[in-house]
Design a protein around this ligand. Structure first.
Ligand SMILES: Nc1ncnc2c1ncn2[C@@H]1O[C@H](COP(=O)(O)OP(=O)(O)OP(=O)(O)O)[C@@H](O)[C@H]1O
Ligand SMILES: [Mg+2]
Length: 347
């Protein structure tokens, strides 16, 4: 048996476990968690408003992820040809380690990057095949939300008041850091629309924790496999769907080229596929979804603004944040217009 480090993250190292059986691929993946250097579980970074605060110690994150993988295996490990699972094999409690099946497939993020107009593979790629994958990502989430047991999980942002409050917190933070002109009125308008449109108590579900294309594999047979779960909270049910939609819109390449990497039409198509996949299972009122999408966009904007260090790196970063802010403001306005037009049409 041989171990090889495959991926290094600030809070985890992933090793491939190779068996001496002539296979070129690892048989097993070992994900070993570790804490932030000097972490005491308190808030990290600057003082920006966050949707979720406080990080968990590695032992708790590992146990939650293992439980999440097992629950996903129960839900999606059956005969449905559209989905597959990462089979969890063992939880090494004292080592904060999960052993799981190794999956030989690109992530949806890899696929999305290859489809960028700036990618050399773009010209070669004849694939416009991921729409079905995006549809599946919507359908997957709906089933997860319906079937995942809530147990005694704590709730995050359960009421309209919480969401309005959060919009105002982003407004204050971003105005202080960027100035009123750079932010405009997008966060305040978001607060007003949330106040007007959302129900007092928001429909909720267990959150995946990081429902993003980088946590989904798409194999050659077109099966979608969602991994890296952190089912720590009960959240507004539109939150994970919004995270996925925002991740599609705000890829780094798109931000840094202010929208040149992906065509608006292509992004709209992917977004519609996700929503239709989710909706195939249920009714969905779009203005409520768009409100959350705007909230998550402001959260990402705040994170980008907050991470500027001191010195020349900080100045460089500040310049790139200023550059990206124009794009984020446009994206926020697009969402506001969608909320206004959809709610005018459906109320
Ligand atoms: N079971 C697996 N088989 C093969 N590769 C895997 C597996 N699990 C994870 N990986 C690879 O390692 C990367 C990081 O894994 P994972 O998402 O679990 O870690 P993470 O620390 O949460 O990272 P991130 O913050 O990027 O989501 C994945 O994008 C994938 O490329
Ligand atoms: Mg991940």
């Amino acid at each position: 048996m041989r171990l090889q480090r495959l991926v290094q993250r600030p809070r985890a190292v992933l090793y491939g476990v190779y068996l001496d059986d002539g296979s070129q691929l690892p048989r097993v993946l070992a994900k070993v968690r570790r804490g932030w250097p000097g972490d005491d579980g308190a808030e990290r970074g600057g003082t920006r408003p966050r949707l979720a605060s406080g990080s968990l110690p590695p032992s708790e994150s590992t146990a939650l992820e293992y439980a999440g993988l097992r629950a996903i295996e129960t839900m999606f490990g059956g005969a449905d040809p559209g989905f597959s699972v990462v089979r969890p094999l063992h939880h090494l409690v004292h080592e904060d380690t999960i052993l799981m099946e190794y999956v030989d497939a690109p992530t949806l993020r890899d696929r999305l990057l290859a489809e960028s107009r700036l990618s050399p593979q773009h010209v070669l790629s004849r694939h416009r095949s991921t729409e079905e994958a995006w549809w599946k990502a919507g359908a997957w989430l709906h089933r997860f939300q319906r079937e995942m047991p809530r147990q005694e999980l704590p709730a995050r942002q359960p009421t309209r008041h919480d969401v309005v409050h959060q919009f105002l917190a982003y407004d204050e933070f971003l105005t202080t850091r960027l100035g009123r002109r750079a932010l405009g009125d997008v966060a305040r308008r978001g607060a007003a629309l949330a106040e007007q449109l959302l129900p007092e108590r928001l429909p909720s579900a267990v959150g995946h924790g990081d429902y993003a294309p980088r946590n989904m594999f798409l194999d050659r047979a077109g099966r979608l496999t969602v991994f890296d779960p952190m089912p720590r909270w009960v959240v507004p049910r539109h939150e994970d769907l919004s995270r996925l939609l925002v991740a599609i819109r705000l890829l780094g390449a798109q931000l840094h080229t202010r929208g040149a990497a992906y065509s608006r039409g292509g992004l709209d198509r992917r977004e519609r596929a996700v929503i239709e996949g989710y909706r195939a299972e249920d009714r969905l009122w779009l203005p409520e979804l768009r409100c959350h999408q705007l909230l998550i966009t402001l959260d990402k904007w705040s994170a980008a603004v907050d991470s500027a260090p001191a010195g020349w790196r900080g100045r460089l970063r500040a310049a790139s944040v200023e550059w990206a802010s124009g794009f984020l403001r446009r994206e926020s306005r697009r969402l506001l217009e969608l909320i206004e037009s959809d709610s005018a049409r459906t109320t």
